[in-house]
Design a protein around this ligand. Sequence first.
Ligand code: PMP
Ligand code: GLU
Length: 396
Amino acid sequence: MKPRLSARVRNITPSATLSIDAKTKALIAEGKPVLNLSVGEPDFDTPVAAAFAGVRAITSGKTRYTPAAGTLELRKAIATKLMRENGLTYQPEQIVVSSGAKHSLFNIFLSLCDEGDEVILPAPYWVSYPEQIRLSGATPVVVQTTEASGFKLTPNSLAAALTPHTRALLLNTPNNPTGAVYTEQELRALGEVLLDKEIYVITDEIYEKLVYGVEQVSFAAAVPELMNRTLTVNGFSKAFAMTGWRLGYVAAPLDLAKAMSSLQSHATGNPSSISQHAGLAALENFKPAMVAEFHRRRDTLVRGLQALPGVQCLLPDGAFYVFPNISHWLGHRSGGQVIDSSSKFCDLLLEQELVSAVPGDAFGAPQNIRLSYATSYANVEAAIGRLQRFLATLQP
Ligand code: PMP
Ligand code: GLU
């Protein structure tokens, strides 16, 4: 007899990014020369100073429980960082450190939302947002953005999506999967729609350091009037190549920070003491060379994609993803099989040319695919060649 699953998890789908990455890594372990452009995980090492701080934490007995919201030392250092780099004034008590920004977001939805609440979610969106919103009992209200607007939410479409049930707006800049980065004026214009409304803004700025020739502005810095209704999310995975350490944080209004800390105290307790020590050292050891290398790869990848037949690709300003439109190829055939979705496109691309990408279906954008350039420059170049060969085999 099949066990009964709770209604909460019955319809949940596994993270597409993580499951495609796992499948790809298994193929590579079998000896297949797959180019992995699926997962968003820097291919750089954790800064040495952070790694050693982690080792020192282990050998010097910093291996015990910490306060649920993280050590005061780390929360103070994060408050200093938010002031210095983002122009935001937060007290350490307003910061909750968690086991990855994914966990911070989960704490946010659980602490902010009730059954019947709505969270406005611009599409394309990162795969975990809609599932996390639903798990909290709230409903994601997906607002499509267009390539013409650079995949950015406009004040008009935000205003049109508001209802008496709107609880929060979720922004992600720089964006996963599109790489779009909102300007200060664009953030300001969105904020102005919400000035006289009791609506929170959750702003996921985990890719903030990865911008190429544009300025990254924090939402609350652009709209200071909304500071007491803004939750600023960030983490160590992308900026410091620390995905496996599982460390992220949110800076929030005090009452919400207290609630999230209590919630976390009953769920995971505290984030790893070892990772917290490494994170403290990481904050002082950012490596700009990583950004320069991502910039170089982005330019090569976008140039290569724009030269492919039937592929449109915007030049993204940030993160480490490109999000080409492949709709021209939907309905084409490969051998006996019809490419009826971006998922089918990615399956066949993996099967035939050993290039792993994530279908836009997973991000609420069925006409696109996501390619991550958080992989070597050589892989980026080789992927373009294989894509070209793949497209040449497709028949109308
Ligand atoms: N937000 C966005 C937009 C992401 O792409 C990711 C993926 N890593 C996360 C949050 C979560 O990152 P982590 O849990 O590794 O801190
Ligand atoms: N956020 C990254 C991605 O989109 C890592 C995987 C995940 O946590 O979703 O690929």
